[in-house]
Design a protein around this ligand. Structure first.
Ligand code: HEC
Length: 240
């Protein structure tokens, strides 16, 4: 029997190197191990660095700027460019297109080459995606910084606190107890630890319009000047 007869009767050996790593099980195994490693890392990071929650939501705080987490800022920024009737392009058409391209990719891109240099088109598309996400995130962060309009409250000084304490004693203490003093009308909350519950901006807002606390509140509008109001809020902002 010649060697060539022998060869043809055997199943042809797998061609080495052409497809070095079949997806199943080799590639899937590697992916599984990587996914587990990432998961373990996240668990460890979460245990080591406890992430604090933000303050309890405060509907009266007009200074709060709600923002998505940093990894969504690019999409938020993108939405700003689609206003009015075009909004559906940003909220629906583009995301669906991107998802569709990703899902259908294996069907229309059957190229076998894996090196970045051998796949200029795919590499360019991927790079363009990454660059636009980074750029949109950067623009969003910069715009946020220039736009944040905070309620301008003068910095707290000892003089303000002292003045605020006097105003509080004359106008507020009849209803609110604080540090064990006042509160003759027992139905108003004690404010000894008010600053641990409520921001200074919120205190200002409550003084301007007590109904932000409750539409039926018996707290009256006390006609304080702006300066007096800042003094009282400065005083209360130290009550933690
Ligand atoms: C007539 C009584 C009365 C006076 C005077 C009054 N308050 Fe109030 N205040 C209340 C009541 C009652 C509430 C609780 C709101 C509610 O649920 O109705 C309240 C709520 C508040 C709260 C929110 C407390 C919390 O726990 O969230 C702040 C802050 C506050 N008052 C500050 C002031 C300041 C500062 C003054 C003085 C400038 C003042 N109040 C004067 C009755 C009063």
């Amino acid at each position: 029997m010649s060697s060539s007869d022998n060869m043809s009767s055997l199943p042809s050996p797998p061609e080495p190197d052409k497809s070095p790593c079949p997806f199943y099980p080799n590639h899937l195994f590697v992916e599984g191990v990587c996914a587990l490693a990432v998961f373990a890392a996240i668990v460890i990071v979460a245990l080591v660095w406890q992430v604090p929650l933000e303050e309890i939501a405060d509907p009266g705080d007009a200074t709060y700027v709600p923002r998505p987490d940093w990894y969504f800022l690019f999409y938020f920024q993108l939405l700003k460019y689609f206003q009015g009737p075009l909004i559906v392009v940003g909220t629906f058409v583009l995301p669906v297109l991107v998802m569709a391209v990703l899902i259908l990719l294996p069907f229309f891109d059957k190229g076998k080459a894996t090196g970045i240099r051998k796949r200029p088109l795919a590499a360019a598309a991927g790079l363009a995606g990454v660059v636009s996400i980074v750029a949109l995130t950067a623009v969003s962060v910069l715009e946020d910084e220039s736009h944040t309009t905070k309620m301008v409250l003068p910095p707290v000084t000892e003089a303000q606190i002292a003045a605020g304490e006097k105003i509080f004693a004359s106008f507020c203490q009849i209803c609110h107890s604080i540090d064990g003093k006042g509160g003759f009308m027992a139905m108003a909350p004690d404010l000894t630890e008010i600053a641990s519950r409520v921001s200074r901006a919120r205190i200002e807002q409550i003084i301007i319009d007590p109904q932000v606390v409750s539409p039926t509140t018996i707290m009256s509008v006390i006609p304080l000047s702006e300066e007096e109001r800042h003094n009282v809020s400065a005083y209360l902002s130290r009550k933690k």
